[in-house]
Design a binder for this molecule. Structure first.
Ligand code: ADP
Ligand code: ASP
Ligand code: MG
Length: 236
């Protein structure tokens, strides 16, 4: 039995049918006897839509209020996934960042995680529940909601895996692994079996968005075993 942190990105939770698929995949890992903590992004397009609303009101949105707005996408998907799991007989509980709690600095829209309280999650895992955490968000020491920068759910997942000393952090997305270069742009790109943290860091710094750069830094620092997998294929 292992403790696994799984992260599902925007396209993987882009429709309610896809969320039901995610629930089935999570249920499979749980049925194999593993403890599972799931981190989800907002439905694809939602964070952009929310930023658009804010910019309709203010050309340069107030950073604190922008975080209040753009953190809501993930609040929707954690609730939907918890319901989808309960529907198929798996006990689950959703957490916003502030409920966990994931404490960050106060740099709105690009906050850094400082600490994670694991007590509530541990209690749920011990009680046999799947824990579902909203990616991309945290709370500063004054109780303000913060977000971690675009693509920040990757960093939420790796940070949770480090805090919980998870056996593995699985990043489920719309490609089936890390390639030599973006496979959507270069069809000849080759899938890499393994990649060092340093190589991955270089790739992320060159603009590859398959993993947010901070998540790679975190994984290297805390030696988190990280795998990129497709949420649209069988297996995994
Ligand atoms: P998610 O919403 O799941 O976080 P992203 O869109 O942020 O997904 O990241 C996945 C995308 O990253 C892929 O669709 C792919 O186009 C792109 N990508 C860029 N560079 C690479 C690479 N080297 N290997 C795999 N995917 C890459
Ligand atoms: N929803 C956020 C974004 O679109 C975070 C993420 O998807 O990782 O950037
Ligand atoms: Mg991403």
């Amino acid at each position: 039995m292992a403790l696994i942190v799984q992260k599902y990105g925007g396209t993987s939770v882009g429709t309610t049918d896809r969320i039901k698929n995610v629930a089935r995949r999570v249920a499979k890992w749980k049925a194999q006897g593993h403890d599972v903590v799931v981190v989800v992004s907002a439905m694809s397009g939602e964070t952009n839509r929310l930023i658009g609303l804010a910019k309709d009101i203010q050309d340069y949105p107030d950073p604190r209020e922008l975080d209040v707005i753009i953190s809501t996408g993930e609040q929707v998907t954690i609730g939907l996934l918890a319901m989808a799991l309960k529907n198929i007989g798996v006990d689950a509980k959703s957490y916003c960042g502030w409920q966990v709690k994931v404490t960050t600095d106060d740099a709105h829209t690009k906050a850094r995680i400082q600490s994670i309280d694991e007590d509530a999650m541990r209690a749920d895992l011990t009680a046999g529940r799947v824990v579902i955490v909203a990616g991309f968000q945290g709370v500063d020491e004054n109780g303000n909601i913060t977000t971690l920068g675009r693509g920040g759910s990757d960093t939420s997942a790796v940070a949770l895996a480090a805090a919980l000393k998870a056996d593995e952090c699985q990043i489920y997305t719309d490609v089936d692994g890390v390639y030599t270069t973006d496979p959507r742009v270069v069809p000849e790109a080759r899938r890499l079996k393994t990649i060092t943290f340093e190589e991955m860091l270089e790739m992320a710094s060159l603009g590859s968005k398959v993993l947010q750069i901070r998540s790679v830094e975190f994984a290297g620092k805390y030696k988190v075993r990280l795998r990129v997998l497709s949420s649209f294929r069988g297996g995994g």
